[in-house]
Design a protein around this ligand. Structure first.
Ligand code: GLC
Length: 615
């Protein structure tokens, strides 16, 4: 180290020591030293304090502003001093590769760190079942499947791999896990829930430890987000972004425990929920955000709004000065605007200048945000660690995902037809979800809503698994509609269920029955007299009571993601099913909401799941 750098480093260290001790050095002694906040050896609290002492109101308001990448170039982001940029679902660079993402995010960091204070942005994306926006990522089962696996240690590993693949692209903030407790299966986000009772989300909130690692500034760590606070899974009728009409006692009993667990895991951020609680939008509810989350739970990270979330407070389109001040005063620290960020910044500035938002609130928000940025190591390492890209979508990551698929399968009925014989057999495979990567991955895959398609992402379909698992002398035939089935086949496997959706577009107020194609297929295969196995690929339990007598074997596969072969591992008995229902399976859609302990008679109860009897 040069003498000059050594002197600077010593001086900075001395400055840090006296700042921490509270006594000020003579101006001359600190005049030439690097600012304390740039000293990685100084305590984070001292770095935050020093940096904030150098920030203008606009610097501080910028840190509280998150914009979508499509509306802010790196230069615009730096000019506005934005604190964060996000990719909404499907908002991807071209090429949509790890290198493409790293180039995009590093450009934002280059611009941000070139400003006067050089405060890096933190880039956020929905890593809800792997780094699912990026082509080639390992796409894990959605939470509904992970909950059925009952294996938190496995889920923690999934968090670590997800973080590894996100960090490889420059994304250091994942908007996951969703810790919602879905109480009504008609809700379009049921599949983002680990289960219908808080215990499921509490146990699997350990995914936060996997994502955040031993330390947030580890190269493979990213900051997690506990979402959505609070009550999103409890709305009346399962209406997405609807009204959660329950007592405070029920809110505390059912929906709060997963967030308490998340705080115990050290979660860095919490996202506020779109729903209302007894008619008041969460985004404007100071009791929930400040008193309950920050006060009672002692959450010390920062609170992010959801997309456009503050706009909903008054029930009218767009956001007003009143909504901006209500949301920020309620305790929201960063606003996912995400488009009209300049208007948000101007509005909040005026609200501070006219006294509607106290400077103390602005400073508290900045303290929280900057603390996480220092802890993430973004000031020292703002750019992507591209050495991680060698493991992106690796065989080892996919093997973990395949194990998660195996463990998430729930065997609901077996009249001896399962496991399938591997050798000297003839297997007929049918159904729209047997050979469709898009359908088996579900929503939040490459795009916000996901999409059907045999090969939309790399991986293995369920049919691929059946084919590759077949042994000597076995023939596998596939026909989506079941045409060609006859007595020469030993068994038919119909893979049915839902096609991709996300959020409110997945709400099913009119019932959870199989669609006409699936009902017709099951009828056709049943009429052939060939023993029939049905596999449901869906984001929730489905109403198949009418079809059950025609079915000899039934497996709930949920939304397995990119490694569909894991379903075949269970069908062949290479893995003896261990999955248990984390959602009560209704006898009829009219029973919704139906949950364990509510006295109703389901088709299959919470916790149900069969295994193969080993002869
Ligand atoms: C969405 C979702 C939220 C997601 C955010 C950013 O509307 O509610 O879960 O993290 O927007 O994509």
């Amino acid at each position: 180290m040069s003498l000059l750098r050594a002197k600077r480093s010593l001086r900075a260290t001395v400055l840090a020591a006296v700042l921490v001790s509270g006594t000020a050095l003579a101006p001359a002694a600190s005049a030439s030293a690097a600012p304390l906040y740039k000293n990685p050896h100084a305590p984070v609290s001292a770095r935050v304090k020093d940096l904030m002492s150098r920030m203008t109101l606009d610097d501080k308001i910028g840190q509280m502003t998150e914009a979508e990448r499509q509306v802010a170039t790196p230069a615009q982001s730096a000019t506005a001093r934005l604190g964060s940029i996000l990719s909404g679902g499907g908002s991807t660079p071209t090429p949509n590769t790890p290198a493409g993402w790293a180039d995009m995010i590093d450009a934002y960091q280059q611009a941000a760190t070139s400003t006067g204070l050089g405060i890096p942005i933190v880039y956020g994306a929905d890593t809800v079942h792997g780094h699912n926006n990026v082509y080639g990522a390992t796409v894990f089962p959605h939470n509904i499947g992970l909950g059925a696996a009952n294996d938190p240690r496995l889920v923690e590993k999934i968090g670590a791999v997800t973080a590894d693949e996100a960090a490889a692209t420059g994304v250091k903030w994942g908007f996951a896990p969703c810790l919602c407790v879905a109480r009504d299966d008609r809700w379009g986000r049921t599949y983002e829930s680990f289960g219908e009772i808080p215990r499921n989300a509490v146990a699997n909130s350990v995914i936060i430890e996997g994502m955040q690692g031993r330390s947030l500034d580890d190269r493979t760590s990213i900051m997690a987000t506990a979402k959505h606070f609070i009550g999103d899974g409890g709305t009346t009728g399962g209406v997405d972004q609807g009204n959660t009409q329950i007592s405070l006692d029920e809110l505390r009993r059912i929906h709060l425990p997963p967030f308490r667990a998340a705080v115990d895991h050290g979660v860095g951020s919490v996202m506020i929920s779109f729903n209302s609680w007894n008619g008041v939008k969460d985004h404007g509810n100071k009791f929930l955000i400040t008193d309950l989350l920050k006060g009672e739970l002692h959450f010390s990270g920062y609170v992010i709004s959801d997309w456009d979330g503050i706009n909903q407070i008054d029930g009218q389109p767009g956001f007003t000065p009143a909504e901006v001040s209500q949301a920020v005063n309620a305790g929201i620290d960063m606003v996912m605007v995400p488009y009209d960020y300049a208007k948000f910044i101007d509005t909040l500035r005026v609200e501070v200048q006219n006294g509607h938002v106290p400077m103390s609130r602005i400073d508290d928000a900045n303290r929280r945000i900057l603390t996480k940025k220092f802890e993430l190591g973004l000031f020292e390492h703002p750019y992507t660690d591209r050495s991680l890209q060698k493991d992106f979508g690796s065989a080892a990551h996919r093997a973990l995902a395949r194990q998660a698929v195996r463990e998430s399968q729930v065997l609901l009925k077996n009249d001896g037809v399962l496991p399938l014989a591997k050798k000297n057999s003839k297997i007929f495979v049918a159904g729209k979800n047997a050979n469709d990567m898009g359908n088996q991955a579900g929503g939040w895959t490459l795009t916000w809503q996901g999409q059907s398609g045999e090969r939309v992402i790399p991986g293995t379909t369920i049919l691929d698994g059946i084919r590759s698992g077949a042994g000597k002398g076995t023939e596998v035939t596939y026909d989506r509609a079941g045409d060609g089935i006859d007595h020469s086949y030993q068994v038919a496997v119909a893979v049915v269920g839902e096609t991709p959706y996300a959020e409110g577009r997945g709400d099913r107020p009119d019932g959870l029955g199989l669609d006409a194609e699936d009902v017709a297929l099951i009828g056709k295969l049943k009429a052939s007299g060939v023993p029939l196995v049905v596999v449901t690929v869906s984001g929730r339990p489905l109403d198949l009571t009418a079809q059950l007598p025609s079915i000899d074997g039934l497996v709930a596969a949920w939304l397995p993601g990119s490694e569909g072969a894991g379903v075949a591992d269970v069908l062949y008995g290479d893995y003896n099913p261990t999955g248990k229902l984390n959602f009560t399976w209704p006898r009829s859609s009219s029973q919704e909401p139906i949950n364990v302990g509510d006295g109703q008679q389901p088709l299959f109860p919470y916790g149900y799941g069969l295994s193969y009897r080993r002869h």
